[in-house]
Design a protein around this ligand. Structure first.
Ligand code: HEC
Length: 101
C-alpha cells in the first residue's frame, strides 16, 4: 500500500518537472554593420529576416532585383535613395562570398 503511494508520488514528481524547449528567435539578429538599421527598418515589417538571411550567396544583381521587387510589386515603402544602401548591406553580408571581405 505505502509502496503504491510512493510510486504515485514519484510519477507526480516527474510530471511536475519543468519542460524546457528552446525556440529559435522570431527575428534572428542581423549581421551588424553599415545599413543594418536600415534593413531592420525596411525589411522586417512584412516578413522575418530569414527571407533574406537564408538565401544562398547570390550576386549583387539578385539583391538589387529583390529590393526593387519588394518596393514595386509588394509595395514596400522604400525610398529611391535607400535602394543602394540596402543592396550594399544585403550583398556585403548575405551575397556571393567574394563580396564578404
Ligand atoms: C511591403 C511588405 C514587404 C516588405 C517591406 C519587404 N518584403 Fe520581402 N517579401 C514580401 C512578400 C509579400 C514576399 C513574398 C512572400 C512569399 O512568397 O511568401 C517577400 C519575399 C521576399 C524574399 C524571397 C524571394 C522573393 O523574391 O520572393 C526576399 C529575399 C525578400 N522578400 C527580401 C526583402 C528585403 C531585402 C526587404 C527590404 C529591402 C524586404 N523583403 C521588404 C513583402 C515585403
Amino acid at each position: 500500500m505505502t509502496a503504491g503511494i510512493a510510486v504515485w508520488l514519484a510519477a507526480g514528481w516527474i510530471h511536475a518537472a519543468p519542460v524546457r524547449i528552446e525556440l529559435p528567435p522570431e527575428n534572428p539578429v542581423l549581421k551588424p554593420g553599415a545599413g543594418s538599421d536600415l534593413v531592420r527598418g525596411q525589411c522586417l515589417m512584412c516578413h522575418s529576416s530569414e527571407y533574406f538571411t537564408t538565401q544562398p550567396p547570390l550576386p549583387r544583381a539578385y539583391w538589387k532585383g529583390a529590393v526593387e521587387k519588394m518596393q514595386g510589386k509588394y509595395g514596400a515603402p522604400i525610398g529611391a535613395e535607400q535602394v543602394e544602401p540596402l543592396v550594399d548591406y544585403l550583398f556585403r553580408n548575405y551575397g556571393a562570398p567574394e563580396a564578404r571581405k
